[in-house]
Design a binder for this molecule. Structure first.
Ligand code: F6R
Length: 368
């Protein structure tokens, strides 16, 4: 049942506050972060000296986002890798390596094979999964379930946001075990996560604006996405959504890379979506992005700027401004992704495509 929506994806986009709340629920108890099926001892977690996040597609992007938080909180090196690449090189793993395998379905063949490979090398494997009892959690040492509920739309939306939240819980669990964060700091970070469902609810008020924009961009040949820091994987996710749903050429770039090549793509009227960091949180990055936008606008790009509400400096450079609520920097992807999901869905719908069943794609990819 689409609940009065034209397509499931829109319904699932609107279920994101609930998906986040359900994923966080019960994971902070007696002043401590708790995982679900915990077959790793506190000592195992303390011994971890390196983290790999392995996944495919959107789940991989959730890992790229989490890298910023996990390294910041734990001071552990975090590598994020596509499962299909991880499996076929010779990654350096041992019993002090924690491999976090992120998969909505829990059945993705590449991720499952990567898990098996990691376990053969004696690494500890923690699964972040949305499907109870699926193969990947069954073969892992510990599990953290996302509670996004079933996703009908082939393109991941609420599961993606829930994966980010779950990955963050893994980061906090490690920080707590290692003592890199005091208990009151862990409690504060968790409280900030708990405030996110309301922030996502707020960003949903932009749905009508972004749908109209999507209709307006439906005839574009290509769309570029730019971001920095945690906004970079958000740009990658926005581009992936647009490719898979609207069959449109879309690329996400780190804004700092513009001058190293991608700026050559800018031409008159090319839509470029820019994910702005908070002007308060990371002022240096913010200033750099403002200068990036002015450069591409000067070359004729049509700028679509996702920025924190009240960010006045960016206004003159935004042909279209989509305002998102002010949240802590590391949590911004939970709100900034939402307009990009709506944009891709609406462009696809305007082009006459089935938003819930994009061509050539399956919900769970059980062959390598
Ligand atoms: C994109 C999408 C896919 C999945 C990927 C991994 O919208 O849905 O990229 O994220 O196939 O799937 P899971 O998470 O089931 O391993």
């Amino acid at each position: 049942e689409k609940g009065g929506h034209e397509y499931f994806m829109l319904k699932e986009i609107e279920e994101q506050p609930e998906a986040l709340a359900n994923t966080l629920r019960g994971h902070f108890d007696n002043g401590r972060i708790v995982l679900d099926e915990q077959r790793l001892s506190d000592q195992d977690l303390r011994d971890v000296d390196k983290v790999f996040v392995i996944a495919c597609g959107s789940a991989y992007h959730s890992g790229l986002v989490a890298k910023y938080a996990i390294e910041h909180w734990t001071r552990l090196p975090v590598e994020v890798e596509l499962a299909s690449e991880f499996r076929y090189r010779d990654p350096v793993l041992d019993r002090d390596t924690l491999v976090v395998a992120v998969s909505q379905s829990g059945e993705t063949a590449d991720t499952l094979e990567a898990v098996r490979h990691a376990r053969e090398q004696k690494a500890r494997v923690l699964a972040v999964c949305n499907t109870n009892g699926a193969q990947i959690p069954r073969e892992s040492d510990a599990v953290l379930y996302t509670h996004a509920g079933p996703e009908i739309g082939v393109a991941s939306t609420k599961a993606f946001l829930a994966q980010i939240a779950a990955n963050y819980l893994v980061g906090l669990a490690l920080a707590q075990a290692r003592g890199t964060k005091y208990p009151d700091e862990v409690a504060r970070e968790f409280a900030e996560l708990e405030a996110m469902p309301a922030a996502v609810q707020k960003v949903l008020s932009t749905v009508d604006q972004v749908r109209a924009l999507g209709r307006d961009l439906a005839e574009s040949k290509a769309v570029l996405f730019l971001g920095r820091h945690v906004g970079f994987p958000v740009a990658l996710e926005g581009a992936l959504k647009l490719k898979e749903l609207a069959y449109m050429h879309a690329e996400g770039f780190a804004a700092g890379e513009l001058k190293h090549g991608p700026i050559a793509l800018i031409e008159d009227g090319l839509p470029v979506v820019v994910v702005m960091p908070s002007p308060k949180g990371r002022a240096v990055l913010h200033a750099k992005l403002v200068s990036n936008i002015s450069e591409i606008q000067a070359r004729g790009a049509r700028t679509i700027v996702i920025a924190e509400e009240g960010d006045e400096t960016v206004r003159p450079f935004a042909d279209e401004l989509v305002e998102i609520p002010a949240v802590p920097t590391l949590l911004q992807p939970l709100v900034s992704t939402v307009p990009l999901q709506v944009l891709a869905a609406e462009i696809a719908r305007s082009r006459g495509y089935d938003v819930d069943k994009p061509r050539n794609l399956a919900k769970s990819v059980t062959v390598e």
